[in-house]
Design a protein around this ligand. Structure first.
Ligand SMILES: C[S@@+](CC[C@H](N)C(=O)[O-])C[C@H]1O[C@@H](n2cnc3c(N)ncnc32)[C@H](O)[C@@H]1O
Length: 260
């Protein structure tokens, strides 16, 4: 489904979890002054703006994202001489020359990339030799509660009549290793990282899921069925809500790889 301005704008108010995973990844990736960085799936650009601070005025960062709504917010609200944004996808970086970046940053995005082998090869092409690739995202070795609830509700009638066209692909550790090998990233560290996503309650959790996924919480179902599906999902989240709200365990795979 297409993104909307409301979801794109809502994301910047709800993305504390992604901001925290970005902080961890940025530290591991060791972004320093003067570097040229590519931010893949930059969304509305608030983390890209943090990268621009790290690289300083002699460095640069480019953010790309397929959502024109998110890129419009990024262009309008994060403009600086050392930062730029364009619509684009991880699978096709043909607008960038070979060896043109010192680091690539991919936070909470790789699971939405449909052709991951091609994307990894593109990362290898545009990184200079010795350049660093940092990826943080959900692990396919662990099924988080939001995935179980989505699968459960969308398997019910009538939603099961509308299969999702581009479902998220959370990579297992072994699949990620294969992809990195195929793309020539033999030198790497992969960390399995447990985090807890907190939300005040069902509405806050669904708002986070909707804005983070550009509405893909509801798979491929038609717009008019969404309110009913949301109510059914909300009932499942209510069951997991305690006096402290919702505490959802997640597992991330955090990769730092060197382009040899
Ligand atoms: C959860 S958001 C993460 C945004 C940002 N990286 C952050 O950490 O806040 C996922 C982003 O991936 C983008 N995306 C989806 N498919 C993509 C693709 N094929 N290539 C690049 N980005 C993609 C979405 O538009 C969305 O902005």
């Amino acid at each position: 489904m297409a993104d909307t301005e409301e979801l794109a704008r809502g994301y910047t108010l709800a993305n504390q979890t992604q901001q925290d995973t970005a902080t961890f990844l940025l530290k591991k990736l060791n972004i320093t002054r003067d570097m040229r960085v590519l931010d893949i799936g930059c969304g509305p650009g608030d983390i890209t703006a943090r990268i621009a601070e790290l690289v300083g005025q002699n460095g640069s960062v480019v953010g790309i994202d397929p959502s024109k709504e998110r890129i419009a917010i990024a262009i309008n609200e994060r403009a600086k001489p050392n930062i730029s944004f364009q619509e684009g996808i991880a699978e096709d970086l043909s607008q960038f020359p070979t060896n043109s970046f010192d680091a690539i940053f991919v936070n909470s995005t790789l699971h939405w990339v449909q052709d991951q082998p091609t994307a990894l090869k593109e990362f290898g092409r545009v990184l200079r030799s010795g350049g660093r690739l940092g990826i943080s995202g959900g692990s396919g070795d662990f099924v988080a509660a939001h995935e179980k609830i989505k699968a459960d509700i969308l398997s019910r009638n009538p939603y099961s009549m509308y299969p999702e066209q581009s479902p998220p692909k959370f990579l297992k550790m072994l699949e990620l290793i294969d992809l990195l090998d195929m793309a020539g990233f033999q030198e790497r560290e992969i960390i399995r990282r447990k985090i807890v996503k907190s939300a005040e309650g069902a509405d806050a959790m669904l708002n986070w899921l909707d804005t983070s996924s550009s509405g893909k919480t509801y798979g491929g179902i038609p717009l008019e069925l969404r309110p009913k599906a949301r109510e059914e999902m909300k009932r499942e989240w209510d069951k997991l809500t305690t006096k402290d709200g919702i505490q959802m365990e997640m597992e991330l795979l955090v990769t730092i790889a060197i382009r040899t």
